[in-house]
Ligand binder design. Structure first.
Ligand code: ADP
Ligand code: MG
Length: 731
């Protein structure tokens, strides 16, 4: 029987998949087609119900029972007009991307009459079978049940990929006593905290500002490979990455993939998932190749952060589903292939006021410049003060492979702001040295806006090696992993920003009370913040060894592994931060910490098992088969009485193979032992560290090294796993 590998290659060559994609219609014609937008709500709801919905979206106002029923009825009427029969509460638990439990509108009345109904109660709250979602002990401590609760600020949508159409109600997921069990609840809280703190500071500059919204524009990197080839790699299927695989003769050194033409089959897939995305209201705008072969990126127009997070989660789901009909597989893992660039998800973040101002865009007048400078410097201070937490917010087993590898930002959090703004900060710092007084009025006239061309210039040759970069009118948090839910990083960023702004206001108010002029007080605190946090600014090559040394001299944290970086969640300082801003209470933080450690352990555990299994049942049998071929050959040559020189080469190969075979089997054995000892550790943190340092740290690389050597020695026709050159270059 032919191996899966060769079957996949044969199929790929004999039937290129042709999927017809509707692509001619204008995007505006289909955009939001499957979303219960406010315009649609207006059509389907009574005045009263519509007002109640809008009040709840804008001001978080509670929707009462009778309004709930009316809105649910409107939603059902709309959904049924589109052929929907089922609904689900859609939520984002702490592992996995999104979760759903489908219920039908169909029900029986007490007399047995079948009807279709959707009640307000079912819209507003549900109790999914939550026992399988991670809670870090929270449900055990508080109450066994978990609830999903409707989040009206993210509109309902219809998911219609695959069979059937389902009305999805975006919800948050909380325990009976209100502890958050998902990614969204804390994000929504952080958004509220930031709004309040930012509005307070905005009031110094413009009394008309009453609301500040955080904005997010993510850039999603991903790999696309043939599904048949991927299916012949149990490691890809089970762990999302290849645990073995020698680098292909042609890697990414030519960089010919970047900005090259998108391959036909992938192009069809992209058009298809974009089409589905538009219907769901995801405003995708750009698509292009990435540096690595088979790697791509897409990015939407930025949105209010809550919606942007939902859209990213939804997109990842849509991509995976749509890929199936193209016989492709999307890899969202941070590092599917060793030696090839990994994938990230840049989080472009800013804040917008209800007066239409982007708070991170340099202004046109001295006053707005000062407002920009205040928010800009507060961001720097926040990142400086809570770098450990930002690092923790992006920690995962997958991202550990990427951060600090030679093509990804290091685990050191630093900020790149560009030449021009560095100069501005230097000026503020030195010209205002000591005390800023009214003589220095000129300082307020920093003509930042006049230098916008310069700023833009600075941007184009921007530093791609910084984990946190200012890119003209937003900060770009680049260290986020490609498979991550943005909510984690964004909750942290918004919280630390809220906290920093609160302190900023206290300090400025303090100076004003002492009789300082408002602008002068603001400048003085800005100046102090620059001094306090300039250590986190770095303009050089973030991937270099020199930076690592320099960062150590500056005392910047550089925690390389997930288990240790997660400690930041439970330090006294950070507990106070989250508690004070009402994002997490202490129990929730402990629970999150526990959940993230457990997720890490599980990932590494599965990888270790897959490695052991593949080595034993795929790699070694192939190697031994080939050993036997060599043996027979050598024996035959020897028997015919030929000189040893005639089979010296075979002997040498045989020796090498035997050596690698022994190394693989020895180390697999030892790794299994190490895994067993790790499993006996009851403290979750200690167990995660054991998995990290002992199981993974001691054995993954060495096993892989010898397996990859075998790949180069064993007859290709015996090799069972598709090779990198096939996965990355065949389509
Ligand atoms: P590039 O592609 O060169 O990194 P773009 O200007 O195309 O830069 O922006 C990249 C991402 O940043 C996009 O997703 C975009 O929507 C987002 N973005 C732009 N402005 C903002 C903003 N004010 N807030 C949040 N994200 C933004
Ligand atoms: Mg970018």
């Amino acid at each position: 029987m032919q191996s899966l590998r060769f079957n996949a290659i044969d199929n790929l060559i004999s039937n290129p998949v042709e999927v017809k994609v509707e692509g001619s219609s204008k995007i505006t014609a289909i955009f939001n087609e499957n979303v219960f937008t406010q315009q649609v709500a207006r059509k389907y709801l009574s005045d009263e119900a519509f007002k109640s919905l809008i009040a709840s979206i804008r001001g978080g106002k509670k929707i009462d029972r009778s309004m709930g029923n009316q809105i649910a009825n409107g939603l059902r009427a709309w959904a049924e007009s589109k052929g929907v029969t089922h609904f689900t509460h859609w939520f984002q638990p702490l592992t996995g991307l999104s979760a759903e439990k489908h219920d039908s509108f169909f029900t029986l009345k007490s007399d047995g009459t079948p009807i279709e109904e959707f009640e307000g109660a079912a819209l507003i709250q549900q109790e999914p079978d939550a026992s399988s979602f991670p809670s870090g002990g929270l449900r055990a401590t508080f109450e066994a049940r978990g609830y999903t609760a409707w989040d009206p600020s993210s509109p309902a949508f219809i998911m219609e990929i695959g069979q059937g159409k389902t009305l999805c109600i975006p919800t948050i997921f909380v325990s009976y006593t209100g502890e958050s069990l998902d990614a969204k609840t804390p994000l929504l809280k952080a958004v509220v905290a930031l709004d309040k703190a930012a509005v307070d500071v905005c009031q110094y500059f413009d009394k008309n500002i009453t609301k500040v919204t955080a904005t997010l524009g993510w850039e999603q990197e991903y790999f696309v490979v043939d599904a048949g080839l991927a299916n012949a790699r149990p490691d890809l299927i089970l762990t999302g990455r290849t645990v073995f695989g020698h680098a292909p003769a042609k890697g990414q050194q030519l960089e010919d993939h970047y900005f090259g033409a998108i391959p036909e089959r992938v192009y069809a897939f992209m058009r298809d998932f974009e089409h589905e995305s538009y219907k769901l209201g995801i405003p995708i705008r750009t698509r292009h190749n990435e540096v690595a072969p088979a790697q791509f990126e897409c990015a939407p127009i930025f949105e209010e952060i809550n919606l942007a997070v939902d859209h990213n989660t939804l997109l990842m789901d849509v991509m995976e589903r749509v890929a199936k009909r193209h016989s492709l597989k999307v890899l969202l893992h941070e590092k599917p292939f060793a030696g090839i660039n990994g994938s990230g998800k840049h989080n472009n973040w800013s804040m917008a006021t209800d007066t239409g101002v982007n708070l991170l865009a340099p202004g046109k007048t001295p006053k707005t410049n000062l407002m920009f400078l205040a928010f800009f410097v507060n961001t720097i201070k926040a990142v400086h003060d809570y770098a450990d937490l930002l690092r923790a917010s992006i920690a995962s087993a997958g991202n550990d492979h990427r951060l600090g590898a030679n093509e990804a930002p290091p685990a050191i959090i630093s900020i790149f702001i560009g030449k021009y703004l560095s100069e501005v900060l230097k000026q503020v710092e030195s010209r205002v040295s000591g005390k800023f007084d009214e003589q220095d009025e000129a300082m307020l006239k920093l003509d930042i806006h006049k230098s916008i061309p310069e700023l833009m210039l600075d941007n184009t040759d921007r530093n791609r090696t910084s984990p946190f970069a200012f890119t003209g009118n937003k900060f770009e948090f680049r260290a986020v992993g490609s498979s991550a839910n943005c909510a984690n990083a964004m909750t942290t960023l918004n919280t630390i920003m809220a906290e920093t702004l609160k302190h900023f206001k206290i300090e400025v108010d303090g100076l004003i009370e002492k009789g300082e002029k408002k602008e002068v007080a603001i400048m003085q605190v800005i100046q102090k913040y620059i001094v306090d946090s300039k250590n986190v600014l770095f303009e050089g090559d973030g991937y270099s060894d020199e930076w690592e040394k320099e960062a150590a001299r500056r005392g910047l944290p550089n925690v390389k592994t997930t288990p240790l970086s997660l400690d930041a969640y439970i330090t006294e300082k950070n507990k106070k931060l989250f508690h004070g801003n009402e994002i997490y209470n202490h129990a929730e933080l402990e629970a999150r910490h526990e959940i993230m450690l457990e997720a890490y352990i599980k990932k590494v555990q599965i990888e270790a098992r897959v490695m052991g299994d593949l080595a034993t049942t795929f790699i070694l049998p192939s190697a031994i088969k080939y050993q036997n071929v060599l043996l027979t050959n050598i024996k035959g040559l020897k028997e015919t009485g030929l000189s040893p020189a005639t089979y010296a080469n075979q002997l040498q190969v045989l020796e090498k193979i035997s050596e690698h075979v022994n190394m693989v089997s020895d180390n697999v054995e030892k790794m299994i032992e190490e895994r067993k000892s790790a499993n006996e550790i009851s403290d979750t943190r200690a167990k995660a560290i054991a998995y990290c340092d002992k199981v993974k740290g001691k054995y993954f690389d060495i096993i892989r090294y010898h397996v990859d050597k075998l790949e180069l020695l064993v007859d290709d026709s015996y090799w069972l796993l598709p090779k990198y050159r096939e996965i990355l270059f065949l389509r």
